[in-house]
Design a protein around this ligand. Structure first.
Ligand SMILES: *Cc1c(COP(=O)(O)O)cnc(C)c1O
Length: 412
């Protein structure tokens, strides 16, 4: 592998600076597969009556797993941002309290529906509250959903799978939090602990699933159904902005800042945003200084052939969900014409954004969820744009136990 053409960017990553990488391959020539998004959106709509019954907290959004778009004027003032700043509250998504509730849950629904259709227990016109009943639960209990995760994907998939009647095995990386493992065990999931990182947990899950024909592996590194579940967010955000009377056009651009781990969440959301807003949306990812896997993969073009450890970074960070050393190549390639850039952020800066958000808006999120705020330090022109709308995507936090949340705020 010849890294010499990328010496400058690799030097600055190794120096552990907070940097902005502008994507040179961004282009206005790209294609979005709207059928893929139509398909997942329609599936979520078919399951909406089920959710209202099985998870009454989804009634607020008519059985959709959706979050609020919240204006945060005090934080905006503190950061000195012009235009209008919103926080997308995926930290408070129903069922599992993180962005994983979009893609992860969608893929479990995809598997459940496919199996029920194959066994002719439903058609696509059936009232899907039937998924709460004995015959389907019994059928699904013959199948095992398998996933590898640093924690939040495991929670989303574990809760959803167990509720539908599936058996579920979650392969966890060494950095997964104890409370997440306990919660999963409590709902009946089997937790398999590994001493290695995220990629190793995924590898082990993949291997286990291959050996059992009645198992279904949810592949955070390659899955189209995960990606498609995240992408539905674009259309819904468009409706939310319209409801706020906010126009997005060439003179009123939209800037979106999203934390990135392996890439599926931010990549899928970006894909959906490009479908809805085209050239008028500018998407940026944010990654920890020790885990800039997507930046490294996209900047060198080596995608999943290179890992952060190859350039001497530790892949250790307080940002749960972002401690990923090797990116999804599927997502990295999709992002080449779409993404504006990627920024890196230190753990100290994540913690101070957590405290500032609490002090200004009384909102508590997990450290990962604040990574997008780094955009305002890196993009001075966007900050001064009077007609811009900015959205920082808060990706997790509401399921974190109160004791842990307190530690974030106190900075310990
Ligand atoms: C998983 C996760 C992300 C990033 O999603 P990827 O699909 O891994 O890129 C961001 N924030 C939180 C809190 C997460 O759990």
């Amino acid at each position: 592998m010849d890294l010499s053409p990328f010496k400058e960017i690799i030097d600055s990553l190794q120096a552990r600076q907070a940097i902005l990488w502008q994507n040179p391959k961004k282009s206005n020539k790209y294609q979005i597969d709207s059928n893929l998004i139509d398909d997942s959106e329609a599936r979520m709509n078919r399951f909406a009556p089920y959710f209202q019954k099985a998870f009454p907290q989804t009634k607020l959004h008519s059985g959709r797993i959706e979050s609020q778009l919240q204006h945060i004027p005090h934080m905006q003032q503190k950061l000195g941002v012009m235009g209008k700043l919103f926080l997308k509250r995926d930290d408070a998504l129903p069922i599992s309290g993180s962005i994983k509730a979009r893609g992860g849950i969608h893929e479990v629904l995809y598997a459940a529906e496919k199996i029920a259709l194959e066994h002719q227990l439903i058609t696509k016109d059936t009232d899907y509250t039937i998924f709460t009943t004995e015959p389907i639960q019994e059928l699904l209990s013959n199948y095992t959903i398998v996933v590898g995760s640093t924690g939040n994907l495991g929670l989303s998939i574990g809760i959803m799978s167990a509720t539908l009647g599936f058996k579920v095995h979650v392969h966890m990386s060494h950095d997964a939090k104890e409370w997440k493992k306990q919660l999963l065990r409590k709902i009946g999931a089997k937790v398999i602990e590994h001493s290695g990182d995220f990629s190793l947990a995924v590898d082990n899950g993949r291997r286990e699933a291959l050996a059992d024909p009645n198992s279904y592996f949810i592949d955070d590194e390659n899955s189209k159904q995960l990606f498609a579940g995240y992408a539905v967010a674009g259309r819904r955000l468009k409706q939310q902005l319209e409801a706020e009377d906010i126009t997005i056009d060439a003179d009123h651009p939209l800037y979106v800042y999203i934390p990135c781990g392996v890439g599926g969440g931010p990549g899928g959301v970006t894909y959906g945003l490009k479908e809805s807003f085209g050239e008028n949306v500018h998407c940026y990812f944010a990654e920890p200084i020790e885990s800039p896997c997507m930046l490294l993969g996209m900047a060198t073009g080596y995608h999943d052939h290179i890992a952060v450890k190859d350039i001497g970074l530790t892949n250790r960070t307080i940002a749960d969900g972002l401690a990923v050393g090797r990116p999804s190549s599927f997502v990295g390639k999709q992002m080449e014409p779409l993404l504006d850039g990627i920024m890196t952020i230190s753990d100290e800066q994540l913690s101070s954004f957590v405290r500032e958000l609490y002090e200004t808006e009384q909102i508590i999120v997990e450290p990962s969820a604040t990574a997008g705020f780094i955009g305002f330090k890196q993009l001075p022109k966007a900050v001064r744009h009077e007609n811009a709308t900015h959205i920082v995507w808060a990706t997790g936090g509401s399921m974190v136990p109160k004791e842990e949340q307190k530690k974030y705020i106190l900075g310990i």
